[in-house]
Design a protein around this ligand. Structure first.
Ligand code: PEP
Length: 250
């Protein structure tokens, strides 16, 4: 039985004060979340503060990106060893904003995925199609290509300790959510693609949905058999809203 994971992706939002208040609100209500795992992915500079506030709590934390390099002359970059120093449990790799705004291609995402796993943290691998690609009828082709890059580099066994987030790009930050049926279709496709290589890995793989998930639509999305939680952007900045999603996840 898979355990759902709800992870907040704060993106480039927050301040010392707002983060203190947000985490305080989440911790106040976390006892009402029964079975779902919960995590927040914070901007790098707040990881120290986040780790101090969450240590010993049921809420895990992580980062939103990482360098593909081990260390060295890469000005402005952050290494996996630095994230380990702050006891990060998760690292998002291949978010569509990184792919589209910062030119991260499949090979780079696969290299980051490998670094995160090798460091003993859990990569949250984001995949998903643009509106243009959906309308062209190539959603599965795009998602398969994104997944295949990691499978080719790391092998199917690597997904035994990873999370996949299906995030249709047209649904991210737009208020336009995929319907439960649209999302389920792609989630089932992803699981099927993995199952063709390893049934046990596919069965255990947590596949999150991401894209304008909020308190009002979480339950119907999470009721789908292949949707195992959510990667939450905007709605993760509000403790009550985030907790409503966490509770809907189990
Ligand atoms: C995201 O950035 O991963 C995301 C899903 O954002 P939002 O929930 O705001 O659409």
């Amino acid at each position: 039985m898979r355990k759902s994971l709800v992870a907040g992706n704060w993106k480039m939002n927050g301040s010392r004060d707002s983060i203190r208040a947000l985490l305080g609100g989440i911790l106040d209500g976390i006892g009402e979340v029964n079975t779902a795992s919960v995590a927040v992915c914070a901007p790098f500079v707040y990881l120290q503060q986040v780790s101090e506030q969450l240590v010993g709590s049921p809420v895990a934390w992580g980062a939103q990106n990482v360098s593909e390099h081990e260390k060295g002359a890469f000005t402005g970059e952050i290494a996996v060893s630095m994230l380990q120093d702050f006891n990060c449990g998760y690292v998002i790799v291949g978010h569509s904003e990184r792919r589209s705004l910062y030119g991260e291609d499949d090979a780079l995402v696969a290299a980051k995925f490998a670094r995160v796993r090798a460091a003993g943290m859990t990569p949250i691998l984001c995949v998903g199609e643009t509106l243009e690609e959906r309308e062209a009828g190539i959603t599965e082709k795009v998602v398969a290509r994104q997944l295949q890059a990691v499978l080719d580099a790391e092998g199917v066994g690597a997904l035994a300790d990873a999370v996949v987030a299906y995030e249709p790009v047209w649904a991210i930050g737009t208020g336009k959510t995929a319907s439960p049926e649209q999302a389920q279709e792609v989630h089932a496709f992803i699981r099927g693609m993995i199952a063709a290589q390893d049934a046990a890995v596919a069965e255990g793989l947590v596949i999150q949905y991401g894209g304008s998930m909020k308190g009002t639509n979480a339950a119907e999305l999470l009721a789908q058999p292949d949707i195992d939680g959510g990667l939450i952007g905007g709605a993760s900045l509000d403790a009550a809203e985030f907790l409503t999603i966490c509770k809907a996840a189990g």
